[in-house]
Ligand binder design. Structure first.
Ligand SMILES: Cc1cc2nc3c(=O)[nH]c(=O)nc-3n(C[C@H](O)[C@H](O)[C@H](O)COP(=O)(O)OP(=O)(O)OC[C@H]3O[C@@H](n4cnc5c(N)ncnc54)[C@H](O)[C@@H]3O)c2cc1C
Ligand SMILES: *[C@@H]1O[C@H](CO)[C@@H](O)[C@H](O)[C@H]1NC(C)=O
Ligand SMILES: *[C@@H]1O[C@H](CO)[C@@H](O)[C@H](O)[C@H]1NC(C)=O
Ligand SMILES: *[C@@H]1O[C@H](CO)[C@@H](O)[C@H](O)[C@H]1NC(C)=O
Ligand SMILES: *[C@@H]1O[C@H](CO)[C@@H](O)[C@H](O)[C@H]1NC(C)=O
Ligand SMILES: *[C@@H]1O[C@H](CO)[C@@H](O)[C@H](O)[C@H]1NC(C)=O
Ligand SMILES: *[C@@H]1O[C@H](CO)[C@@H](O)[C@H](O)[C@H]1NC(C)=O
Length: 576
């Protein structure tokens, strides 16, 4: 094959997006409580106002609406009836969609890694790879959570949105390769976080249809809940009386026409504003509302309500490194199904795909994946030269690649934690603009060591007997590494060659698995009950509160936390 390896690589990742085997989306629920923000009154009152209808915000709103009036404000639209969200085969289309109606918003961290943040009701659960797996019991203990309520809350989520995946040949070979590599015991299919190899859950059902956190709104009390779509919150309002602590009492949001609306809390000491805007959105909105590092806020001409230097600190993104393995045999389309949980702090996962391009119409909404020309492929080209024409040309080129170039899968490792931390800062005062984020991947040498051990485990899987039928013998391990290292996966300068230590491979090929978290961490910005320190009637409940990413993949625990805190808050409300 006279193709550049990087094209082969990118094409292979893109390949599984062309699969046309699944049925169209299922019937959308008719949520009578869901409206376009343009139809909202300019002034309204509720017991709870939740900012962000994402992975945590939806289960939280559904729960609180049982015994109180709730307003849920989401800046994006509905996920229902949108095939780039609903259909598993379209993973990647959503995160590479840069149109104004996209359910995702791209951001590039200061580290030079291309990333994505949700912009849709259901949040990250509408864009993600679907893998569903609980946090370790030890994680739950360390978080100070009530283990019984945690389990009940996971079950509440799982009843609606978690499924056992149908395991194909390729994923089965990865499973057996992990066992051969010594990641044992094999624990079968389970949601639990246990050392060894397991098959985890997925939010895609057996037909390949995605279920999301928005589905958890089926549990809402329709007379207690109002959901506004395309409602972008610009500010949390505080009542400041004398020397008393500032008290959150309302929000200002704008609809698509730019019109301003305010919503306030009803009178009552139990009523609260809850921010669930995600790891970028929550610290950003606190800062825009005057809660953050005073010097930084003043530089943006924001009136300081509370000098809180830790808002935006402790941002982390678990680095992901992957090795692409072209396959001589056809492989199934799979997102993450199997995971190896090692003792050295690295999680091994895998995804596979097959090219069916040419069979389907090229004008379909299906698009290229994580490493497409629209995301990564042209990333070595300076941004100004990444014109729509250049992208279109690359897309066209890839369409014409031979079928075999698209066949294969990638085995990836994500490190736990991570230990390295970074920070977030405002760029502008517009909540729709991305803040600037630095994750400092591999700054701590322990993170780098975990990556190296993870890559060594991936080598063992690829060299295992079980996996041998899905690789070409002549593509040796150094060639596979070299091929991955030459793919433009990020914006970092390349220096890796196969004679270098694996540390260099890790640093050169770092990507995101989109499990970024922090910015409003427990013990720093919020207390153990997720109440913002130093102000009243304000909590943050979402992935921004994590010190470490829970489980192998976080979404199960994010949804659980929304339900869990909803039950706790209602318990406090109804007490006495
Ligand atoms: C591509 C991708 C793949 C992933 N794969 C997996 C996986 O396989 N398994 C897994 O467990 N996890 C996965 N994750 C991670 C997981 O989905 C996230 O960690 C999780 O969804 C975060 O939830 P959250 O509630 O903290 O934030 P989000 O779900 O991002 O929710 C925040 C919401 O707030 C809204 N918002 C933000 N600012 C405002 C504002 N000012 N006004 C109004 N609304 C606002 C946003 O639009 C968004 O809907 C993946 C994530 C991505 C993006
Ligand atoms: C959805 O529900 C509302 C209110 O219950 C009803 O007026 C409307 O006709 C329903 N729409 C559909 C498509 O079923
Ligand atoms: C919301 O409603 C307004 C006014 O009816 C309309 O102009 C706008 O397109 C709607 N927004 C979306 C995204 O549906
Ligand atoms: C809370 O709501 C539930 C369901 O709507 C109801 O059964 C229960 O009686 C309510 N509790 C109180 C104290 O109002
Ligand atoms: C929660 O469930 C797990 C299994 O998923 C179990 O091991 C654990 O003991 C349970 N915890 C409590 C407190 O019931
Ligand atoms: C802040 O306000 C000052 C004075 O009005 C102005 O000169 C400056 O440009 C403003 N800075 C920002 C970041 O808006
Ligand atoms: C690594 O890949 C590059 C680009 O495809 C190629 O030029 C180089 O010769 C390869 N090196 C080795 C040692 O395979």
């Amino acid at each position: 094959m006279n193709l550049g390896w990087w094209r082969l690589f990118g094409a292979a990742f893109a390949g599984f997006l062309f699969f046309h085997g699944f049925s169209a989306s299922e019937k959308a629920p008719n949520f009578s409580f869901m409206h376009n923000a343009t139809s909202a009154p300019t002034l309204s009152y509720y017991d709870y106002i939740i900012v962000g209808g994402g992975t945590a915000g939806c289960p939280l709103a559904a729960t609180l609406s049982q015994n109180a009036t709730v307003l849920l404000l989401e800046r994006g639209g509905s996920p229902y009836g949108n095939p780039i969200i609903t259909n598993m085969a379209n993973f990647g289309a959503a995160i590479s969609d840069l149109s104004p109606s996209s359910p995702s918003q791209r951001f590039i961290s200061e580290d030079g890694v291309i990333n994505a943040r949700p912009l849709v009701l259901g949040g990250g659960s509408c864009l993600n790879a679907g893998f569903y797996t609980r946090a370790a019991i030890e994680y739950v203990r360390q978080a100070g959570w009530d283990g019984r309520l945690v389990n009940e809350s996971y079950q509440w989520v799982e009843k609606l949105v978690a499924f056992e995946p149908p395991l194909g040949q390729w994923q089965s070979a990865v499973r057996d390769g992990l066992i051969e590599a010594g990641v044992v015991p094999f624990n079968g299919f389970t949601y639990d976080h246990i050392y060894g190899t397991k098959v985890g859950g997925t939010i895609f059902d057996q037909q390949g249809n995605r279920h999301t956190a928005a589905d958890l709104l089926e549990n809402a009390n329709p007379s207690g809940l109002t959901v506004l779509l395309y409602a972008s919150v610009h500010k949390i309002l505080f009542a400041i009386k004398g020397k008393r602590r500032p008290k959150a009492h309302g929000v200002i949001f704008r609809d698509t026409s730019g019109a301003k609306h305010s919503a306030y809390l009803n009178d009552g000491s139990k009523n609260e504003i809850i921010v669930s805007a995600g790891a970028l959105g929550s610290p950003q909105l606190l800062m825009l509302s005057g809660v953050g590092p005073a010097v930084h806020l003043k530089a943006h001409n924001i009136t300081v309500v509370l000098d809180q230097p830790l808002v935006g600190q402790g941002m982390s993104d678990n680095p992901m490194n992957a090795v692409f393995v072209p396959s001589p045999l056809p492989v199934e389309v799979s997102l993450i199904q199997v995971v190896g949980i090692t003792h050295f702090g690295s999680y091994i996962e895998a995804a596979s795909g097959e090219n069916f391009a040419g069979g389907g119409g090229s004008s379909s909404p299906r698009d290229y994946g994580m490493f497409s020309p629209k995301i990564g492929q042209l990333s070595t080209v300076p941004p100004k030269q990444r014109t729509p024409e250049a992208i279109a040309k690359a897309v066209e080129y890839m369409k014409n690649l031979e079928q075999a170039a698209f066949r294969g899968g990638f085995i990836l490792e994500k490190i736990m934690g991570p230990i390295s931390i970074g920070h977030l800062e405002l760029r502008t005062r517009n909540p729709n603009d991305n803040p600037s984020v630095t994750f400092n991947y591999f700054k701590d040498p322990r993170d780098l060591k975990r990556c190296v051990q993870g890559i060594q485990t991936i080598e063992k899987i690829i060299e295992s007997k079980s996996f041998s039928k899905f690789r070409y013998d002549y593509l040796s391990w150094p060639v596979l590494l070299n091929m991955t290292a030459n793919a433009p996966l990020n914006l970092l300068p390349k220096h890796y060659n196969p004679s270098m230590p694996l540390e260099e491979f890790c640093k050169d090929t770092v990507m995101t698995i989109w499990h970024y978290h922090g910015g409003c961490q427990v013990g720093k910005v919020v207390d153990l009950d997720y109440k913002v320190l130093g102000v009243d009637a304000l909590r943050v409940i979402d992935g921004s509160t994590f010190n470490y990413s829970p489980g192998t993949n976080p979404q199960a625990t994010v949804m659980m936390l929304g339900r869990y805190m909803g039950v706790k808050i209602l318990g406090e409300r109804l007490a006495n």
